[in-house]
Design a protein around this ligand. Structure first.
Ligand SMILES: [Zn+2]
Ligand SMILES: [Zn+2]
Length: 316
């Protein structure tokens, strides 16, 4: 099972030669989902060998250009590649109108169906689920409606201990054991105990994507114990006033969110073009939350369990 995220863009709105605007690809149990689609996302996918044809769906957080200006290009390229599988796109109300208008005036008819799902930015709710994971929205506070996304694995089945399994167990019985139930005989006695024949399942993992937002503690409860948190950190804390004015977060504040939520690991990104070297942002975040990484384009990050980030207090 793979649950990992590849980062394609780490910049914010002003174009630079050293960063691309926001885009990430989530790989969840063999399926690929794009999260945000800034300008140049399709060339970044080419560069890092992620086949756009494999995308099952696209999540757009908000309608600032650095988060979706690559979408029309990607869609028309998928059509050039003769995609036939329907593509679901979750995004703010208005996105469907924008894309439809662009297609209309370029005389383009896509080779596949696009299923637009408007996201309600005001409340958190479950958007989607499949056998493997669920997706909830995280309402963010930005200059326009903006939703983050929380991807959570479902509970894994318990693991069978192969050496101990009697040879004559039916598939139905194996299924029950994996779900944690005992197998009973006709008189109601336990013939096979789940506690003896299985091991506990691995804990379900979670990844949260919080794109553009002002520092907002209201999201903390939703992020509690998330294994991997991506949070924007556009500015250093010396620019707090400007961060507030533009509804963005400082590196220090992103780390405070991670600290309060007790997440396993924090990745910061969406850096202002003024920071060609993002190391000062990393240092600032690490002063509050040690297990912080700088988002790096082309890097893949596994969603995995981490030691709790705060060391226990030393005994006197
Ligand atoms: Zn942005
Ligand atoms: Zn924005």
């Amino acid at each position: 099972l793979a649950f990992q995220v590849t980062i394609l863009g780490t910049g914010s709105a002003t174009p630079t030669l050293w960063r691309n605007p926001s885009a990430q690809v989530l790989h969840a149990d063999g399926e690929y989902y794009l999260i945000d689609c800034g300008e140049g996302t399709q060339t970044q996918m080419l560069k890092y060998k992620i086949r756009p044809g494999r995308l099952q769906g696209i999540f757009i957080t908000h309608l600032h250009g650095d988060h979706y200006f690559g979408l029309i290009g990607l869609l028309t390229s998928l059509s050039l590649g003769r995609r036939t599988a329907p593509l679901r796109i979750w995004g703010p109300p208005g996105l469907a109108d924008i894309i439809t208008l662009q297609l209309k005036y370029s005389g383009s008819i896509l080779s596949f169906m696009v299923d637009f799902q408007a996201v309600d930015p005001n409340t958190s709710y479950q958007l989607f689920e499949n056998d493997y994971f669920t997706v909830h929205t995280i309402p963010l506070t930005h200059r326009v409606h903006c939703s983050g996304y929380l991807f959570r694995e479902k509970n894994h089945p318990r693991k069978l201990i192969k050496e101990l399994l009697p040879p004559d167990l039916s598939t139905e019985h194996l299924k029950r054991l994996k779900e944690g139930y005992d197998v009973l005989d006709s008189s109601g006695q336990v013939s096979f105990a789940a506690s003896q024949l299985t091991k506990p399942a691995a804990k379900p993992l979670s990844f949260a994507y919080c794109s553009d937002t002002i520092f907002d503690e209201r999201i903390v409860p939703q992020l509690k114990n998330v294994n991997l948190l991506y949070h924007e950190a556009t500015f250093l804390h010396t620019m707090l006033d400007w961060a507030n004015k533009t509804y963005h977060t400082t590196a220090l504040q992103a780390a405070q969110i991670a600290q309060m939520a007790g997440v396993g690991q924090l990745i910061i990104g969406h850096f202002s073009s003024r920071y060609k070297d993002a190391t000062p942002l990393l240092d600032e975040a690490r002063s509050v939350f040690l297990n912080t990484l700088l988002a790096t384009e082309g890097e893949t990050y596994a969603v995995t369990e981490h030691e709790t980030a705060t060391p226990p207090p030393l005994l006197p």
